[in-house]
Design a protein around this ligand. Structure first.
Ligand SMILES: [Zn+2]
Length: 416
């Protein structure tokens, strides 16, 4: 009796009434079962057109899982009617608590899906004694709804990056919106080819592409290519973070080779030097700072490469693009005169991408340079948290679910 009162407060389904409430074993577990009946003389609704039609026949009684009560699972017990629609023929009626094919009610899917944002999918399944598959269906329901109901208005800044998935065997191309206050995942697709990004632009639509002002990327040529094709008016900006990452990679390569050579001679000069040389001085621990001070006294290649990078940091501080441009040229010239091959490669890359790098100065103050990196970090966290992903499909759904700020489907009574 009490439960029926609660249910009537929670969920009133037009045209239906709650019947008896009792305990019964469902799926091997003692559960609360609530009968539902259609109101007398009510007619079933066609799920295609939403119009009422005559009842054709009655289907066998089925269970629909609803929100848990205390620690009990709750199921609705209902015998769906088949409606005979003049337009759409005979089929199972529309049900206000869910789809006729699904065993989970919409409210329950919303409930599971919201938990799956906080916990991993496997944890969610464990806590609510349900299957991974139910959590998967719950999240897909929310993502489907969200993608169909989100607004794509006013997008002028996007960032594109790739992340390695499935232990580096595959890549996902990630497209983020970077506008102040609306940083979110817009799209993700398998692979990182020109075609991958082209399919985003196609879905995004020509009109929206034409509104793009800034596109922030790394130096991955297939991406640059797709942007030139679909959003030629947008300023393509090479992200500071990605450029400096190349410096880090070059220093590390030089350091590793040099360390190997030293070790072969029985010297430990470069022992424990990696982070001292790779991190920016302001991010070093006390020990690393001391280590760096020692290293800087040495006239070795790793240190020369390190000093070249630290010198290049000035580039980002210039106020005038023209001054910065001259600095970049002179830095490259100096570097090309050294014997530091990996650093020379960086210099060549800077020269080849100079116009795009210089775009950074135009976007300064408009575009937050760390935004893409921050979002990518979140994406990696989502992947780590959800070790249950067996397919790129479920992985994509999880990424949209946590990173796309999608609107939630409405609950029957607006619980949140
Ligand atoms: Zn119909």
């Amino acid at each position: 009796m009490l439960i029926k009162t609660v249910l009537n407060r929670l969920a009133r389904f037009k045209g239906f009434v709650f019947g008896n409430v009792f305990f019964r074993k469902v799926e091997g577990e003692e559960s609360v079962v609530v009968e539902i009946f259609p109101r007398k003389r009510s007619r079933p609704v066609c799920r295609e057109c939403g119009r009422k039609g005559p009842r054709y026949d009655l289907q066998p009684v089925r269970t629909f899982q609803y929100l848990p009560l205390f620690d009990f699972k709750v199921f609705f017990l209902y015998a769906p009617r088949r409606v005979s629609c003049a337009l759409h023929g005979v089929h199972v009626e529309a049900l206000p608590w869910g789809s006729g094919k699904e065993h989970l009610t919409n409210d329950y899917k919303l409930f599971l899906g919201r938990w799956a944002r906080r916990l991993s999918w496997s944890e969610t399944a464990r806590v609510f004694r349900t299957s991974w598959d139910s959590v998967y269906r719950a999240v897909s329901y929310m993502v489907d709804y969200g993608l169909n109901h989100r607004s794509l208005e006013g997008i002028t800044q996007i960032g594109i990056d790739e992340i390695a998935v499935f232990r580096g065997h595959k890549y996902l191309t990630m497209v983020y919106q970077l506008n102040e206050g609306v940083r979110r995942l817009l799209w993700c697709g398998i692979d990182r080819k020109t075609d991958t990004l082209l399919s985003f632009f196609k879905e995004f639509g020509q009109e929206r592409c034409a509104l793009l002002e800034y596109v922030c990327t790394d130096m991955w040529a297939p991406f640059l290519d797709a942007i030139r094709q679909c959003a030629p008016q947008a300023k393509n900006i090479l992200d500071r973070f990605h450029i400096m990452k190349k410096f880090g990679e070059a220093i590390d390569q030089i350091r590793r080779e040099e360390h190997k050579a030293f070790k072969a001679e029985g010297q430990t000069v470069l022992e424990k030097s990696r982070w001292a040389l790779l991190k920016r001085p302001e991010n070093l621990t006390e020990n690393q700072t001391a280590r760096l001070a020692d290293l800087l006294k040495l006239n070795i290649q790793s240190v020369k490469a390190y000093l070249l990078r630290e010198d290049f940091q000035r580039f980002w501080e210039f106020k005038h693009a023209s001054v910065a441009g001259r600095f970049l040229d002179s830095w490259c010239k100096r570097t090309m005169r050294t014997k530091l091959e990996p650093m020379k490669k960086v210099a060549k890359m800077l020269q080849n991408h100079k116009p795009l790098i210089m775009n950074w100065f135009e976007a300064k103050g408009t575009l937050s340079s760390g935004a893409v990196e921050g979002l990518n970090l979140k994406a990696k966290l989502t992947m780590r948290k959800s070790f249950g992903f067996r397919s790129t499909d479920s992985l994509k759904i999880a990424l949209y679910h946590t990173l796309a700020n999608l609107p939630d489907p409405p609950g029957t009574h607006g619980f949140s």
